[in-house]
Write a protein that binds this ligand. Structure first.
Ligand SMILES: [Zn+2]
Length: 220
């Protein structure tokens, strides 16, 4: 680092030089200013765009935060229309022991991703049925969920025990899902009862179970 000329006096022909110390101080202050300006720019950028860049946390999929959003779900035009159509035409509607039926849109299926891969849901605690928009068979799904509501709200302890016995004794399940537990076994039978195709072509329908369902439906 060579000391450079600071001032040259033409009259006295005397040169003064910038000292090394001064040069070093100059360099340090240049670096300091660069750092300060960079930090300031980054701070301004972070304040301006920070919120857009930070990805919102995905809510834990629980029933509570699904229903926090139910206003959003029921205002969806397609779902509301479709829901009413199914609700009005389904032979199962009058047996439903659930207060609300929500046909959820895609937002809702985001919420419940991770705790279901089914087409519908029934929650006995809040007596609510949810049918997902992506369900391939709305009528069948709706009757299945109504079946759950009947199982939990209509059957008394004695009848449920009887049904549990059928479930333990059977070797013939109407569907793969009906193997899961007595409630699924019931919901699948219930849905099949209202489905002409299922009644005509399912070889695993058993008389006792069919009579059990028929008694409930007929006595309603
Ligand atoms: Zn089910």
């Amino acid at each position: 680092m060579q000391p450079r000329l600071k001032h040259y006096c033409e009259n006295c022909r005397k040169a003064t030089w910038v000292s090394r110390k001064e040069i070093i101080l100059e360099e340090i202050s240049k670096i300091a200013i660069t750092i300060l300006v960079t930090v300031a720019i980054l701070t301004i950028l972070a304040y301006t765009y920070g919120n857009d860049i930070i990805k919102p946390e995905k809510k834990e999929p629980t029933w509570n935060n699904l229903f926090e959003n139910q206003t959003e779900l029921i205002i969806d035009g397609f779902n509301e229309k479709k829901a009413l159509e199914i609700f009005n035409n389904s032979p199962c509607t009058k047996f439903s022991k659930a207060n609300t039926t929500i046909f959820s849109n895609r937002t809702a299926s985001d919420f419940v991703d991770g705790f279901t891969n089914g087409w519908g849901l029934y929650n006995s605690g809040i007596s609510t049925i949810v049918i997902f928009e992506y369900a391939k068979d709305y009528d069948r799904t709706y009757c299945h969920e109504v079946g759950h509501s009947v199982y939990y709200k209509e059957l008394d302890e004695k009848l449920r025990d009887k049904w549990k016995q059928y479930y333990s004794d059977t070797l013939r399940f109407t569907t793969r899902q009906s193997k899961d537990n007595p409630s699924e076994y019931f919901a699948e039978y219930f849905a099949c009862y209202f489905d002409v195709d299922c009644m005509a072509h399912n070889d695993n329908i058993q008389r006792e179970e069919w009579l059990f369902i028929r008694d409930i439906v007929e006595n309603e």
